[in-house]
Design a protein around this ligand. Sequence first.
Ligand SMILES: Cc1ncc(COP(=O)(O)O)c(C=O)c1O
Length: 422
Amino acid sequence: MLPHESNPISESPGLTSHNLPDKRSKTSMWDHFRASMANRKAAGLHRDVVVSTPISPTRVERNGQVAINFGANDYLGLAWHPTLFAWPKASAASSPEGSEFLRYGSGASPIVTGHTDEHARLVQTIAEFEDTHSAIVYSSGYAANLGVVSALATRNDIIFSDELNHASLIDGCRLSRANVQVYPHGDSQTLRRLVQEHRHRGRFGFVVTDSVFSMDGDLAPLLEIDAICQEFDMHCILDEAHATGVYGHFGRGLAEHIGVSDERMIRIGTLSKAVGCSGGFVAGRNELIEWLVNHSRSWIYSTASPVPNSHIAARAIRLVQNMHTERTALRQNAQRLRLAIAGLGYSVGEGDCPIIPIRFQDPKAVVAASQELLRRGIYVPAIRPPTVPEGKSLLRVSLSVAHSSDDCHSLVEGLRQIKNLP
Ligand SMILES: Cc1ncc(COP(=O)(O)O)c(C=O)c1O
């Protein structure tokens, strides 16, 4: 099987053939669930929800254990920024009850009454941040990816999709009903060959890819993808979720970082990770935003994000664009930490991305490693299939500029101690 065949474009992740119920079976749904969950537990693939109590930008309590938190995507420490969370005094003063928050929920879809003055200010701030005409804000990055891909591509079009794309892009491809060709991860040569072979099958053509891959922390070959899009008259739908705030002089993402123009790029940014708030956005020319406002179902048919989120996100974006020093320091720290972990004999890949994958292959081994680290006061999540392909389980370290060098040292020491555990 080619590696890209594991991309579950046509199957639900987690509903692969080994745990689909037999159509003729008389087993009840609940019995099927119980048996399937027991199988998952035995294979080290079961997922539990654990209450996480954040204590500081770098500390979290889980199961009564306080640990250094290497699991959050708060790359610039903004989720804890002391001045971001003050609600405007003017609103508080005009509130009859004198309460700090005039309103929390937006109450309706943005197309009805959910698009408040705070949302409009956020849209304007994002358009300025991205140095473009207009923007649209979704209540989550998942909703943005789902709604953008499925609004732009239709059954008459063709999508070329990286095999390790985020689930939300994969789901957007499915919803679009376009002809989807999956290409091996980051392999621009095979992408080119597939495009040559299949481009004529779709009216509009799209390459869909993460810019920074969320589990492996590696980067899409954007220059090559841009050249392919130019040559074959296509557009790239680029998910910058883990690049917003982290790459580019102003923190716009990887396209800014490596100097790819927006001509062929439809870039989706996030408010949920380095910006420290919640939401996803697209910024670009007026025709694009107008199209999304009229076609993007996850935006139209969903309540706009809470009002305070928009207010805080606009302020956070203004901070992010001036945090060049912090993002440079973050990536330098990430590079150093990667080298130190690789020095212990772990496989971590290369680069300066603050997502550092420590590869274990076996799901049970990675869960054991995560538990051993937690016992030592370090939290690093264990990532297993179907989030990553079979045989590719990993510990995912997510570094923040708020982590101290002592925090990084503790992680390296913890990894050294567990290296030779059975
Ligand atoms: C690459 C990527 N895109 C999109 C998302 C979804 O963003 P959100 O958490 O805001 O829904 C995530 C989050 O996990 C992600 O890692």
